[in-house]
Design a protein. Structure first.
Ligand SMILES: [Zn+2]
Length: 140
């Protein structure tokens, strides 16, 4: 069975001059075994048959999306955070602007999550290390 035997009414994929892409076409007229006139299923226009893309050299297989090899330089704060090796079982205190905390206390901030008090200068401000980095929070 030869697939090259085409006849009027057959459907083939061809470049549509109007759609400017490959679409399904119905063969309207043939010259010998070559479709001469085809009708696009997408836009309905009839036009001359053009050699399908198969005639072109096959495009190289798409390469898998290259992974970014450039490693993002790790911020020291991130490293610091990882060094804490929190596993979620630590006892944390809910963060409150009025509460007092000691160094290395673990607090839980509604926005930033769990953090560790890194610096408490006693000026009602403390530096807390969160997963996103250091933040300065008010404290009691
Ligand atoms: Zn078309």
């Amino acid at each position: 069975m030869s697939k090259s035997q085409l006849s009027a009414g057959d459907v083939l994929v061809a470049n549509c001059t109007r759609c400017r892409q490959e679409t399904n076409h119905t063969i309207v007229a043939l010259v010998g075994e070559t479709p001469a006139k085809i009708k696009c299923h997408t836009c309905g226009s009839e036009h001359k048959y053009r050699k399908p893309a198969a005639a072109r050299k096959k495009a190289a297989p798409a390469t898998p999306r290259a992974r970014r090899t450039k490693a993002e330089p790790q911020a020291p704060e991130k490293q610091q955070w990882q060094n804490l090796q929190l596993n979620g079982t630590e006892k944390t205190q809910p963060y409150s602007m009025e509460a007092r905390y000691r160094l290395m206390d673990l607090i839980e901030h509604p926005l930033f999550g769990i953090g560790q008090v890194q610096e408490n200068s006693g000026t009602r401000k403390m530096t807390v290390l969160f997963v996103d980095g250091l933040k300065i929070l008010r404290c009691g």
